[in-house]
Design a protein around this ligand. Structure first.
Ligand SMILES: [Zn+2]
Length: 423
């Protein structure tokens, strides 16, 4: 049995915010309330002046396993997640081979058993990410997939996407979409503006590359009634499109990544390839509109798009290096530093977007703390400043190295086991 003493319990599902104690037994929350007898516990965690909340959930990570395990694998990714306060993550399907078949899914199913947190996997929407033929949704779901995504590339064929959404609606699973039309991209990973020119490029990724896809897919979501997640929203116009679609009744969710509400395109000049990701960092106005979207709940989910790459890969010339940055170990602190400290969001609202909202998208019985619930719990110090230096991820491609952030993970507890302790 574990006792968490005297912490500030913040549970967005119940809106609970109070100082209390929590008892964990057999992987579940046994009791919440004042505990006076501290004997008989294998561990007593003093959470005085700390926040105790549900373990974080990230619906968008790349653990590169199978196929690219030099960058990350399921076990190292899980460790990185635990250090960031996450107890559940959803892996994308752009591995090698792509997760479009049961054999690959079974390999992943075996490996996640060894992971220190709950690692879930989506299947791809189309075979080999080619956008031409749907995978067998039923079969992949029966074998453990939790949803579907071709994250990494957009699905251009509206007929295929319409069929995918109809099927997803029938099966009550989410479809997650990477929204970029490559026809409007000269060089990926940088906004199409003066910044791209300063890098010596002919052009970058136009905002409308994202906007037209988001607008289109919001309307297909409206037509089909499917639960659709717009991944890593980066454009202000796209935020407006999601807001409009929601007002019409579309079941559209949007995910914002910490880098998109913290950085702007100017940071590409500062950090080079470490600030290259798809979709790219945009203008200050885009960033402000994303923050507005987070505030009025147009954007209900914060997800990292944790995308590890090796130093060698990131050292290539800007146009030739792969897009993406790691994010699991800085996500909570960026939320606190960029959103809570700046008074855009309350702590409750930030945590809602990192716990119960992502759980709802994937129909998970997680992301909340109450008696009887799975004991996925995070203890953090909201006021502790720290400098980003090293990572438990295999990769270190982060533009936040050297940054002073607020909010430090102290303990991560996954299904009743302490899987990370800050030393
Ligand atoms: Zn993506």
């Amino acid at each position: 049995m574990i006792l968490i003493k005297n912490g500030r319990l913040i549970d967005p599902k119940s809106n609970r915010d109070e100082i209390t104690d929590i008892v964990i037994k057999d992987g579940r929350v046994k009791e919440i309330g004042k505990i006076t007898d501290e004997t008989n516990y294998s561990e007593v965690i003093d959470a005085t002046n700390k926040v105790v909340c549900p373990g974080l959930i990230d619906v968008h990570v790349h653990f590169r396993d199978p196929g690219f395990t030099k960058k990350e694998d399921i076990l190292s990714g899980a460790k990185s997640a635990a250090r960031g306060g996450f107890t559940t993550v959803v892996c994308m399907a752009n591995t090698k081979p792509v997760v479009d078949n049961v054999e690959t899914l079974n390999y992943i199913n075996e490996k996640v058993k060894e992971a220190c947190i709950n690692v879930l996997q989506v299947g791809s929407i189309t075979k080999s990410f080619r956008g031409k033929e749907l995978t067998n949704f039923e079969e992949l779901l029966e074998n453990g997939a939790v949803g579907f995504s071709d994250d990494g590339i957009a699905i251009m064929d509206t007929d295929i996407l319409y069929e995918a959404m109809k099927k997803a609606k029938e099966l009550d699973v989410p479809i997650s979409l990477h929204e970029e039309d490559s026809n409007f991209i000269e060089t990926a990973g940088v906004n199409d503006s003066e910044i791209a020119k300063k890098l010596g490029l002919k052009g970058g990724a136009k905002t409308c590359a994202e906007d037209i896809m988001v607008a289109r897919d919001c309307m297909i979501a409206l037509e089909t009634g499917a639960k659709v997640s717009i991944q890593h929203i980066s454009s202000g116009v796209s935020v407006e499109a999601v807001r409009f679609a929601k007002s019409l009744g579309a079941k559209v969710y949007a995910e914002a990544a910490p880098h998109h509400f913290t950085l702007t395109e100017e940071d590409v000049l500062k950090h080079g390839s470490l600030a290259k990701m798809n979709p790219p960092l945009r203008t200050m106005k885009d960033k402000q509109t994303i923050i507005e979207g987070l505030k009025d709940n147009t954007i209900e989910i914060i997800a990292t798009d944790h995308a590890p790459h090796t130093i060698e890969e990131k050292n290539r010339a800007f146009a030739a290096c792969p897009s993406g940055i790691i994010g699991l170990e800085t996500s909570l602190a960026l939320g606190i530093t960029s959103l809570v400290k700046e008074e855009h969001l309350s702590m409750m609202s930030l945590l809602e977007k990192m716990t119960i909202n992502p759980a709802k998208l994937y129909n998970l019985d997680r992301g909340y703390i109450e008696e009887g619930a799975i004991a996925d719990i995070l203890v953090f110090d909201a006021d502790e400043q720290w400098v980003v230096r090293d990572f438990d991820s295999k990769s270190s491609n982060s533009p936040f190295i050297g940054e002073k952030l607020l909010g430090k993970v102290k303990y991560t507890i996954s299904e009743g086991n302490i899987v990370y302790t800050d030393k």
